[in-house]
Design a binder for this molecule. Structure first.
Ligand SMILES: Cc1cc2nc3c(=O)[nH]c(=O)nc-3n(C[C@H](O)[C@H](O)[C@H](O)COP(=O)(O)OP(=O)(O)OC[C@H]3O[C@@H](n4cnc5c(N)ncnc54)[C@H](O)[C@@H]3O)c2cc1C
Ligand SMILES: *[C@@H]1O[C@H](CO)[C@@H](O)[C@H](O)[C@H]1NC(C)=O
Ligand SMILES: *[C@@H]1O[C@H](CO)[C@@H](O)[C@H](O)[C@H]1NC(C)=O
Length: 362
């Protein structure tokens, strides 16, 4: 078998996970080329800003639910066996208010808010929380064991695992996809396949621009306070595009307070009023953060803004022939890039194997 040269464009969780799985096949020589790399914090780079946890909102029976389902076991394995990856188990509670029925957040969370979601037999310990344990204003709740990923550890860990397997990393900014096919990128000079993991910027690149990819702006506050568990709620009283969730990252990563889901909003700067609302809602949802005291008892590490790369109709995992080169797309993961990362990368790799070794399937 001759070696195949692959360029993965993008070094977010999608590109890195795809590169890692590809690098396990000795037939593939992989280069990851990207404008942003782990360590960077930039509005064009979603991955560092994520919580990140496993809390599926994908709808039963869709490809997205399959990708999320296939991602649980690899993440559970990391939490159990690979402490250096920065992924840990955490109990997770989903609070439900009847008054949120029909709101944008409740629609987005529909599967998560169901008493019988598809993932109830995937995650451990799925159960409903007794009414007596619920705070004022909460009508019902479910809980399960999930994982929370410290992105500041996990993304560099993915890079390390790739490097160990011989993947090369290059800084590069592409104006057009054909630019990936040059000796500057792949030393061999000949690229057999390009994997497109460009996230939100897929909407802005030259070539075939995908205008169905839009940002859903997420503002967060990272604090030193401990939450003890992950919490999420069906809605807020502050408008349809605001959200409320809390999660503590592995290995001293601090606690993420969220958030918002502002579709079509590209604003990179922190909105200070929104930050105050986020903190107020978080201490109400999770009094353990400040021992029941106010937001002045939160110890802030930093404020942040990230843009979820939302694609109408869901992530695009497809193969396409462009300028005589195979391109396999893996972008547009919205708010689910981590919890679908392995499932999506596996689906992309199936297409890559088909494109590069068509005979192997006969
Ligand atoms: C506040 C917030 C909270 C979130 N919480 C969660 C969560 O709890 N769980 C979860 O699963 N997901 C969560 N997400 C979603 C998750 O962060 C994204 O789905 C994921 O990071 C997308 O990863 P990506 O690799 O596709 O894109 P990105 O991380 O944006 O990476 C894109 C890469 O492509 C490169 N690139 C793009 N265009 C070019 C170009 N022209 N030339 C060269 N390189 C290029 C970039 O430089 C970058 O390396 C959250 C997101 C936000 C903002
Ligand atoms: C959440 O509330 C809605 C509306 O009352 C209800 O239909 C749904 O079953 C509830 N979910 C859970 C898990 O109880
Ligand atoms: C990724 O896909 C988008 C949308 O189709 C396209 O504009 C862009 O050129 C592609 N990038 C690469 C590197 O394939």
């Amino acid at each position: 078998m001759s070696q195949k040269n692959i360029v993965v464009v993008g070094a977010g969780v999608s590109g890195l996970t795809t590169a890692l799985l590809l690098s396990r096949n000795p037939e593939y020589k992989v280069v990851v080329a990207a404008k942003h790399m782990p360590g960077d914090y930039d509005i064009e780079y979603a991955s560092p800003w994520a919580g990140a946890n496993y809390m599926p909102v994908s709808v039963r029976g869709t490809p997205a639910a399959e990708w999320d389902r296939n991602t649980w076991a690899p993440l559970e394995n990391l939490a159990r066996n690979r402490p250096e990856a920065g992924v840990h188990f955490q109990e997770c509670e989903i609070h439900n208010r009847t008054k949120d029925v029909g709101s944008a957040t409740a629609e987005w969370f529909a599967e998560l808010l169901s008493p019988n979601p598809w993932f109830k037999d995937v995650v451990p310990n799925f159960r409903s929380v007794p009414k007596a344990r619920l705070g004022a204003g909460i009508d019902s709740a479910t809980s399960f064991t999930s994982v929370c990923i410290n992105t500041a550890i996990y993304l560099p860990w993915l890079v390390s695992q790739c490097l160990k397997n011989g993947v090369e990393f290059k800084r590069a900014v592409f104006n057009h996809i054909s630019e990936a096919n040059t000796p500057k990128i792949h030393s061999s000079g000949k690229v057999d396949l390009i994997v497109n993991c460009t996230g939100l910027l897929a909407s802005r690149l030259g070539g075939v621009e995908d205008k169905s990819v839009v940002p859903a702006r997420g503002q967060i506050v990272l604090v030193r306070n401990e939450a003890g568990k992950m919490l999420d709620i069906s809605g807020t009283d502050d408008g349809d595009d605001e959200a409320c969730y809390v999660m503590s990252r592995a290995a001293g990563g601090g606690t993420i307070l969220g958030g918002s889901y502002q579709k079509g909003n590209w604003e990179s700067q922190v909105d200070p009023s929104l930050a105050v609302r986020i903190m107020k809602r978080a201490v109400e949802l999770c009094p353990a953060l400040t021992g029941g005291k106010g937001i002045e008892h939160l110890d802030i590490i930093r404020h942040g803004v990230g843009l979820r790369p939302v694609r109408e109709g869901g992530a695009r995992i497809e193969k396409q022939r462009i300028n005589n080169v195979w391109v396999v797309h893996n972008y547009g993961h919205g708010g689910a890039g981590y919890q679908s990362s392995y499932g999506c990368a596996q689906a992309a790799i199936q297409l890559i194997d088909e494109a590069l070794n068509p005979r192997a399937r006969l």
